[in-house]
Structures are given as structure tokens and as C-alpha cells.
Design a binder for this molecule. Structure first.
Ligand code: ADP
Ligand code: MG
Length: 231
């Protein structure tokens, strides 16, 4: 059995519908979707060791089955530049999360590579009651939330479908090179969309998938946050 199926079965056995970021990223990496390097720390000392291994700057994030939106809980710290900041950050996140939700179960703190800032895109999937697995693409922030500038296609999709989902966005010029911003690697984004389509077709128990954000670079792309919800 592959990793994805194993992780999904284990979560179901434990009665969890929302996968942890570690689990979601392990699954998407198995489908060749690029993700930030990450390691799960269980103590501040371990966090500092992992940060040394990954290389600075790093990002720390809460891993808890009870926290879905990590930033809202004070569960994300970015741009930590040395081991002391990482050790302090470890405790700071745990304090914030406990204040936010007293009884939150804390699995650990995820130490991850900090992806350089770039144009943020969102790749998603949702199981529509009528059409089944459906893949989504949009640009991050206001483009999705305010302007609803997103495109959907029923899965499975092919390379041509994926290209259209990207190039037919109103905000596409932002990905195609704009003022000082170089063009994004559209083929890399097409690859991620096709891989997501493949994943949700393989794993029908995925009800929602959300890669938010994916950093789009002139060469390649990198998933910074991943969420998977099961049926
Ligand atoms: P959530 O969506 O659960 O609040 P995220 O993991 O998306 O948490 O983190 C919040 C924000 O922090 C992201 O939208 C991104 O801007 C930034 N961020 C998170 N992880 C990284 C990373 N590894 N590298 C760079 N930026 C990151
Ligand atoms: Mg996010």
C-alpha cells in the first residue's frame, strides 16, 4: 500500500477528518508535488537541531489535530534566523496555542525550510456532490477571497485543461511577467495541478485539499502549506 492510503487509513481509524500538515505534505510529496523540507520536533532542543540541519531561516508551525487555521492560533512563526530564536519560538507557539484553545492536543512543532517570497497561488480540490472530484486554481490573497478569480475543472484533468485553468484567470498577467516580477514557471504549476487531479482520483476519500499558498517561481514552485480533509 502507498503512503497516502496508509496515512488516510490511520487518520480514519483515529476518527480524524483533518489530516495534519505533516501528513498532507507527505501525501502530496508522494505524488511528486514540491514541498518545503520539514521535520517534526517534540522539544525545543530537537527544534533547534532540526533547524540547524534544514538551514536558516526557518518557519515553525503548530501541529495539532485541534488547530486547522494555524495563524489564527498564533501557531506560525516565520523567518527565524538562529537556534536561540527557534528554541524561544517553540515555546512561544505552544503558549499562544494553549491560550487560543486550552485543551488543544499538541503533536509537536513543525520546523520547515522558509520558502523565498514570491507570487502566491492556491491549488485546491473539492469533492462536488454532483460532479465529483474537482480541481481549483487561483492566485493567493484578495484574488481568491475578494475577487473570486478562480477556475475549476472536473477531474481528471490533462495538461491542456491545467494550462487553461491558469491562463484563463483574470489575474493571469501577474503570473506572466509584470513590471519587476519575472514570469512564473507555468509548466511547474501545470504539473502540480495534474498531480493533484491524479491524487484525488486515486484517493476518493479526500473531500477537500488545499495547497495554500504555493510559491510560484521563475523556475519551479513550492508548496508551503497543505491541508487535506477526509469525508
Ligand atoms: P495557516 O494557513 O494554517 O494559517 P500557513 O502554513 O499557510 O498557515 O502559514 C501562514 C503564512 O505563513 C503562509 O500563508 C505563508 O505566507 C507563510 N509561510 C508559512 N510557511 C512558510 C514557509 N515554509 N516558507 C515561507 N512562508 C511560509
Ligand atoms: Mg495556509
Amino acid at each position: 500500500m502507498n503512503q497516502a492510503a496508509k496515512i488516510i487509513n490511520q487518520a480514519k481509524k483515529e476518527g480524524r477528518k483533518a489530516l495534519l500538515e505533516t501528513e498532507a505534505k507527505t501525501i502530496i510529496a508522494e505524488y511528486c508535488i514540491p514541498v518545503t523540507k520539514f521535520k517534526l520536533a517534540k522539544s525545543e532542543k530537537e527544534a533547534a537541531t532540526y533547524a540547524d540541519q534544514i538551514g536558516y531561516p526557518v518557519v515553525l508551525k503548530i501541529v495539532s489535530p485541534d488547530i486547522i487555521h494555524k495563524s489564527d492560533a498564533g501557531g506560525v512563526l516565520v523567518n527565524l534566523k538562529n537556534a536561540v530564536d527557534v528554541a524561544n519560538g517553540y515555546n512561544k507557539i505552544i503558549d499562544s496555542v494553549k491560550k487560543y484553545k486550552t485543551d488543544a492536543k499538541i503533536v509537536g512543532i513543525l520546523v520547515q525550510e522558509m520558502a523565498p517570497q514570491s507570487t502566491e497561488v492556491i491549488v485546491g480540490a473539492i469533492k462536488d456532490p454532483q460532479f465529483g472530484q474537482t480541481v481549483m486554481f487561483g492566485l493567493g490573497g484578495i484574488f481568491v477571497e475578494l475577487l473570486k478569480d478562480v477556475n475549476f475543472r472536473v477531474a481528471p484533468i490533462n495538461v491542456e485543461d491545467a494550462k487553461e485553468m491558469i491562463t484563463q484567470l483574470k489575474a493571469f498577467p501577474l503570473l506572466n511577467g509584470y513590471r519587476n516580477t519575472p514570469p512564473a514557471d507555468i509548466d511547474a504549476l501545470v504539473g502540480i495541478l495534474c498531480a493533484v487531479s491524479h491524487l484525488v482520483m486515486d484517493q476518493p476519500e479526500i473531500k477537500e485539499l488545499d495547497l495554500n499558498p504555493v510559491m510560484a517561481y521563475p523556475k519551479g514552485a513550492k508548496t508551503v502549506d497543505a491541508r487535506i480533509i477526509l469525508e
